[in-house]
Design a protein around this ligand. Sequence first.
Ligand code: AMP
Ligand code: GLY
Length: 423
Amino acid sequence: MKVLIIGSGGREHAIAWKVAQSPRVDKIYCAPGNAGIAEYAECVAIGAMEFDRLAAFVKEKQIDLTVVGMDDPLVGGIVDVFEEQGLRIFGPRKNAAILEGSKAFSKDLMKKYDIPTAAYESFTDADAALHYLDTARLPIVLKADGLALGKGVLICNTLEEAKAGVKEIMLDKKFGSAGNCMVIEEFMTGREVSVLSYVDGKTIKPMTSAQDHKRAGDGDTGLNTGGMGTFSPSPFYTKEIDAYCQKHIYQPTVDAMAKEGRPFKGIIFFGLMLTADGPKVLEYNARFGDPEAQVVLPRMKTDIIEVFEACIDGTLDQVDLEFADNAAVCVVLASDGYPVHYEKGLKIEGLDSFHGKDGYYVFHAGTAQKDGEIVTNGGRVLGVTATGADLKAARANAYDAVNWISFANKYYRHDIGKAIDEA
Ligand code: AMP
Ligand code: GLY
């Protein structure tokens, strides 16, 4: 069969790699793709938001299945456009992708269905939000309602900071229309875990757990980024916590969406905080995480095409979803200066070192082909993933492989997976 993947980052590279393992797939396209994805897929220069051009391309090439990696097209309704034209596509419709697209929606859903999350209020009026802050406990968390490239969350330690934050989000529109509405919520403490899951509208099958490292610098310092590295599984995500989440968070979320007339098919990514009062939802995403996909997919044993199709057809209960009993660590190689200012177009060397090495992967995030060479083309450039028998072995392997790659201004965190030592 022929498959189209939509997106251009490390996550989509990991999806393309996994799709390529399926014996049922004989041709992969990716729009727009990147230099690494080009190894498995024919990359086509169509943007992820050009729904009509994408649908026309699918018809022209007689593509059997489209898989959407990114949030923007899902929240924008690409699945609805494809389904109206009779095209098979994996992902939630617009009315379900709102689970990620609106934080106010997701918080109201959790409140209505008793799904554990931080206490909150939502606001469409800046004055009301500013007034509320006067009596709120610090630190406090401000969230722009809509999509903001993972940057729409501010954790404020003082009242002045919080007031400035409300002004940035709602009045200065720092995150554009994402800030027309905002959520102000209680600050929680604990360990964070990401649990991605496959959903077919009624059945949910969680994948193995992972943990991201969002801050740019070692020791969780510096600015928030898209994610500087991950490990999987999380040693803090115990069987007991998993059982609690299945009962109080995962299935209730799927049931709530169905009850609201918004059946969710695709991936639900649960961002969880393991608090002293039990696990609580930090956020939902409607897609694979980046760089969570880069550690979860290399550990997945089941044919991903079988799972995608079961989600679309509502037969996920018949799928035996299996993960290897090993571990994986991904270290993101960025361009120094990310996430603010960084150079592009720097030549990358050493990519060939990964060829033929089992358990080592280099997923391209921001790369391009230039004059027959591969060069940097973004802030996050590559994700180097390695598996191992356990987390410590995987971490040692990943940091070994980081040295195989060189480019000017190469920057990475040295402490991805450090938390493992505290487990
Ligand atoms: P989100 O985009 O909602 O995942 O938020 C980004 C990051 O902000 C999370 O990964 C947490 O580290 C942090 N965060 C979000 N909400 C809270 C909260 N209520 N309490 C503490 N930290 C939070
Ligand atoms: N790694 C977090 C995300 O993909 O949103």
